[in-house]
Design a protein around this ligand. Structure first.
Ligand code: GLC
Length: 741
């Protein structure tokens, strides 16, 4: 009997053994064997395939990755090499949430992802915890939908207000942009998934984006555009970085060795992996040499390009191995490698609540004449503008859009908050295909029956196209302006008020009309819960604490880069058949945003960092301490008003005169209080790296920190400084750099 049992046991073990895929005992397996052992076992073909990205197929006429486990609708993948235990990994957009298709072949379920507030709104909160919270939820949806990397944050600087993708991006300032991006990266990656900080670098327009040569001075590059990414890398350590479509001072960024190898790895010490934007460009050998590790989408022919180049001695196998190692180091961190069992069911309800809360934190109150807001309950609201209803924008278009389960517009949000919105108007706008021009008589009728008017201005923009300096885009259209005037005249005649809401993805002209309404609220494109977040601020449930992450100029022509931003092909030579390279000269250099307006005392409509509250705050006891590596400042913020609220302390530094002309002041750090009750104070501590105050001297190709007295300023905007303290640096510092880019 015993023998029979032993025999059965032995046979079952043998069969079980044979039913598993039998790896040849001596073939190294990723994770079991070291990366060096796996690398050694890889054939040149396998290495080339790994560098060229995964297989693609055309689904419903649209090219998409063949994702064996993941969901069609993700943007791309890396290739599996089962022989060596290397799984495929899945790369999905985007900056406002996980962009996967709601439908799947043979599956009756619908799959949605949370529509989070856009990057610009997250930045407007000036609260790193807000960026982390939004990131945490986005990262959880990446994980639970079976993906590995979120192709975010989009973090190009707002060089010009008309860039079509500014809604995805954070700010005109590298410290605010880099710090908020870095914290969003921390939030996303806290789920054990990756990010791809993009688009690296100087992809600050959409016009001709894949063939445009951004011509940028070394100083502007280093003090603004590279500093932005350096801060995000220092804070968030993104698993990957996405090189941009464009050229930079000649080479394509994806093939730019001084950029991707010398600066990114050599000076910054970045240890992650670099992938291209979705380029399909065959500069294969230059990309590999530049240490652009992954080609997305890669062309099958590029696999052979790599093999041939190695065989012909045009590409060193050591360079190929270096890039493959970067990829393997990335792959071993991924959920696919960990065989994570995705639930396909993230908690969208919980994420929506966070999206609503974080959106409200970023909403900016630009104007509030005689305490128009908050709006007491029980008022009958005349709600104007198609953007209040079905035209409401949760986010912009392109890869920065997500397939959201729903969108709460302003009408719904106000109703949810208990306000009485005139039903006749909802009907009027629900039936309309476009915005409605409101004449004086209808406005007067409304003013006779309703207590207050709200008018929403909406602006959309997105990937692949820039905005225009025209009525209906940068400027209000004549119809919008006329409508606003008619409503204001009618309601003011009855001693009633008009509130304007800006549901926009980027800066618009405000000078010509901002004196008309009694209040102006800027929620940007606040995500799927936007209407509720807006109502939370309008009702006073949330005290507005957002501050502008960029400047609102008096006129577009005041913006230095407006002379070099493609409008009618100005600022660049664009060949219509797109067969040649266009160019955009960043002639403004470092004079971007407040650095220009503040330094040269140019008046603006609303300054960088501006934002009102329902209460007031004072700043006191600013103390600063110089350190060779890190400087520290503390300041006490007190709520001196009648309602609870939060405030942002912005820390600017004015450097002493030196060899180089410098901005009057530059943002070096910031911090936000918790909710302070009336009379309550909080002491905020802010730190920044001493060398981050240095200027870049192109003549000596080095960073220069001049000796002298630096003025450290704490304020509520770049123009509204509340406290100043001197900080003496006795000995200057000069630091050479590795590469000219
Ligand atoms: C696009 C975008 C990039 C996106 C990628 C994948 O062209 O520039 O932001 O992540 O392709 O969709």
């Amino acid at each position: 009997m015993k023998k029979a049992i032993l025999l059965t046991l032995f046979l079952s073990l043998v069969i079980a053994g044979e039913s598993k895929p039998v790896h040849k005992a001596n073939v190294p397996q990723l994770g079991k064997n070291s990366i060096d052992e796996v690398l050694k076992a890889m054939t040149l073909q396998e290495k080339a395939e790994l560098l060229v990205g995964g297989d693609y197929e055309v689904v419903n006429g649209k090219k998409g990755p063949v994702l064996p486990e993941a969901k069609i609708g993700a943007a791309g993948m890396t290739k599996a090499i089962p022989r060596l235990g290397i799984p495929c990994t899945v790369l999905t957009d985007g900056p406002a949430g996980v962009r996967i298709s709601p439908t799947r072949k043979g599956d009756s379920r619908t799959y949605y992802a949370t529509g989070n507030p856009i990057g610009t709104l997250v930045a407007s909160s000036w609260d790193t915890q807000c960026a982390r919270a939004v990131g945490r939820n986005m990262g959880n949806e990446v994980l639970e939908y079976g993906c590995d990397v979120l192709l975010a944050p989009g973090m190009c600087l707002h060089r010009n207000p008309l860039c079509g993708r500014n809604f995805e991006y954070f700010s005109e300032d590298p410290v605010l942009s880099g710090t908020m991006s870095g914290n969003e990266i921390l939030g996303i990656q806290s789920n054990g998934v990756g990010t791809s900080a993009k688009h690296f670098v100087c992809n600050n327009q959409e016009t001709y984006r894949t063939q445009n040569n951004s011509i940028v001075s070394q100083r502007a590059l280093r003090e603004l555009y590279l500093k932005n990414f350096e801060l995000a890398i220092r804070i968030g350590n993104p698993w990957t970085i996405m090189s941009s479509y464009n050229l930079l001072n000649g080479p394509y960024t994806q093939a730019d060795k001084p950029l991707l190898h010398d600066w990114l790895r050599g000076e910054v010490g970045y240890k992650g992996m670099v992938m291209t934007d979705w380029t399909e460009r065959r500069n294969t050998v230059e990309q590999v040499n530049a240490e652009n590790d992954l080609m997305e989408w890669g062309l099958d022919v590029q696999v052979q390009d790599i093999i041939n180049a190695v065989k012909d001695g045009k590409l060193s196998i050591d360079v190929v191995n270096r890039n493959v190692r970067n990829l393997l180091n990335y792959i071993v961190k991924t959920p696919h490698f960990r065989h994570y069992k995705a639930s396909d069911a993230p908690d969208l309800k919980a994420h929506a609540a966070v999206a609503r809360e974080m959106a409200a934190q970023g909403i900016i109150l630009l104007k509030n004449r005689e305490g128009t807001l908050p709006l007491v309950q029980g008022q009958k609201i005349a709600l104007f503008g198609i953007g209040s209803y079905k035209g409401f924008l949760a986010n912009g278009f392109g890869s920065g859009d997500v397939n959201k389960p729903y969108v709460v517009n302003i009408f719904k949000g106000l109703e949810n908050a208990g306000y009485q919105v005139d039903p006749d108007m909802a009907e009027l706008y629900e039936d309309a295909d476009a915005d409605i021009n409101i004449g004086p008589s209808y406005a007067r009728h409304r003013a006779s029956v309703d207590n207050v008017a709200i008018m929403t201005i909406r602006r959309n923009s997105g990937e692949g196209s820039d905005r225009r300096n025209e009525p209906g885009d940068w400027k209000l259209s004549p119809a919008e302006l006329n409508t606003m005037k008619n409503i204001a005249d009618a309601f003011h005649a009855q001693g009633k008020k008009l509130i304007v809401i800006l549901n926009i993805g980027g800066v618009i002209e405000t000078t010509s009309w901002k004196n008309i309404p009694d209040a102006i609220l800027l929620p940007w494109q606040p995500g799927e819960e936007g209407g509720n977040a807006i109502a939370d601020v309008i009702s006073g449930k949330v005290c507005p604490s957002g501050h502008l992450p960029m400047t609102f100029p008096l006129a577009y022509e005041d913006v230095p880069s407006s002379k070099n931003f493609p409008q009618n092909d100005n600022g660049g030579v664009f060949d219509k058949d797109k067969s040649t390279i266009g160019f955009t000269k960043y002639d403004e250099g470092i004079w971007v945003g407040y650095r220009y307006f503040d330094t040269f005392d140019k008046p603006v409509s609303y300054p960088f960092g501006y934002g009102l509250s329902y209460t007031t705050f004072s700043f006191s006891n600013l103390k600063v301490r110089y350190g060779r590596e890190v400087c520290k400042a503390v300041v006490t913020v007190t709520n001196t008003g009648k309602v609870a609220g939060k405030e942002v302390a912005q820390l600017y530094v004015s450097a002493p005169k030196g060899a180089l002309e410098k901005p009057k002041k530059e943002l070096r750090a910031f911090a936000k209080t918790r909710t302070l009750q009336p009379g309550e104070s909080q002491t905020l501590t802010m730190t920044f790296r001493t060398m981050d105050m240095a200027s870049f001297n192109e003549n000596t190709n080095s960073w220069v920190l001049d000796p002298g007295v630096y003025q450290v300023k704490a304020g509520q905007s770049v123009e509204d400084i509340k406290a100043t303290a001197p900080m003496k640096i006795s000995k200057g510092v000069q630091k050479k750099v590795l590469a000219v880019i």
